[in-house]
Write a protein that binds this ligand. Structure first.
Ligand SMILES: [Ca+2]
Ligand SMILES: [Ca+2]
Ligand SMILES: [Ca+2]
Length: 349
């Protein structure tokens, strides 16, 4: 009660205000516990009426707390708990309350769900030089079924405990949350009449919804119509998107290719000398230095790889002509793959 009287004397309150304060004093008589609370409200009201600003300090007036989110630039985050550190300064070191809100891709701000481990949003300690706190946002809950958002912003508004003013705030930059892996489509070996021989160009389309860079993490082939796959030897992959080469994928897809040396593959493990083959490729996202493998995609149809060389007669020794004995004709056959061969012998006069 004493504090109310002093405030009135200093500020020369108007008759209307004097009556208001008298009423407030009466409320205090009815409830001793409520007195301190009413005095604070009354003092703040008088300060505003006399033109005092929130930032002037001094006397019983309250300056509004200020908040700074740190760091200034929030980088991309994986979908999950997102920790946003901030600092709150208050001239009177008042306990403060915060309200955390988020906005996705420019939509209006709405309440951000704190994680269960996040400390209370009320009664945060402050100091004139600032006190560090953090807000842990349960972004996965608020994003619902969205696994990837290009532009999220989080803002935190702050008020002195018991004050209604929430105008002081800070907002993050627009940052990205989550990731969808890249997608490969249209794996198409470029063959002549469906038959590949030697170096085979394989074309494919790679897309990523947010344009992340991608690599092909798995190159495989199958000779049993896709039941089992074997790795394509890295030494047999050249050009274009060979292993480790990053692809600047875009949402609409980018057409790329690599060359598979099927002949070298045959030399290395003999699997594709003459076979009906399928190819399977697995993309991987390089976003945030984490592995986001996409689904493996196989070539839609099988194609024939034919690196089987024809046998050759490399030596034929003239037989000895002797009408009384069989004619003996020694010859040498060579085959690159040591295939068994059939021999047809023709003669003419
Ligand atoms: Ca304050
Ligand atoms: Ca991605
Ligand atoms: Ca052969």
């Amino acid at each position: 009660m004493n504090e109310v009287k002093v405030t009135m004397k200093n500020r020369r309150a108007s008759p209307i205000l004097q009556r208001l304060l008298f009423l407030l004093g009466s409320v205090c008589l009815l409830s001793v516990q409520g007195c301190a609370w009413v005095v604070v409200i009354a003092a703040g009201t008088v300060g505003a009426a006399s033109g005092g600003s929130g930032g002037s300090g001094g006397g019983a007036s309250q300056t509004a707390p200020t908040i700074v989110i740190l760091p200034a630039n929030v980088g991309p985050r994986l979908l999950g708990p997102i920790n946003i550190p901030f600092s709150i300064s208050d001239q009177e070191s008042s306990a403060v309350n915060i309200v955390a809100e988020f906005s996705l891709d420019g939509a209006p701000f709405q309440t951000a769900t704190p994680t269960t481990s996040n400390p209370s949003l009320n009664g945060l300690v402050t100091a004139p030089g600032g006190v560090s706190h953090s807000f842990e946002w349960d972004a996965a809950t608020d994003l619902g079924s969205a696994l990837e958002v290009a532009g999220a912003r989080l803002r935190i508004r702050v008020q002195d405990s018991g004050q209604a003013d929430l105008t002081n705030m800070d907002v993050t930059n627009s940052f990205r949350i989550g990731n969808l892996p890249p997608v490969i489509t249209n794996v198409t070996p470029v063959t002549d009449l469906g038959i590949a021989e030697g170096a085979l160009v394989v074309r494919l389309t790679v897309s990523d919804t947010l344009g992340d860079r991608a690599v092909i993490a798995g190159y495989e082939f199958s000779v049993d119509n896709g039941q089992n796959y074997l790795p394509i030897d890295p030494a047999a992959i050249t050009g274009g998107v060979r292993p480790g080469v990053e692809i600047a994928a875009v949402a609409g897809g980018v057409l790329v290719d690599f060359t598979w040396d099927t002949d070298l593959q045959a030399e290395l493990n003999g699997e594709v000398v003459l076979d009906t083959v399928k190819i399977r490729l697995t993309p991987q996202d390089s976003f945030a230095n984490t592995d986001f493998p996409g689904l493996p995609v196989e070539s839609a149809i099988g194609f024939t790889v034919d690196n089987n060389f024809l046998p050759e007669v490399v030596q034929l020794i003239d037989g000895v002509t002797d009408m009384n004995n069989p004619v003996i004709l020694p010859f040498v056959i060579q085959d690159e793959e040591s295939d068994p061969v059939a021999v047809i012998i023709l003669w003419k006069q």
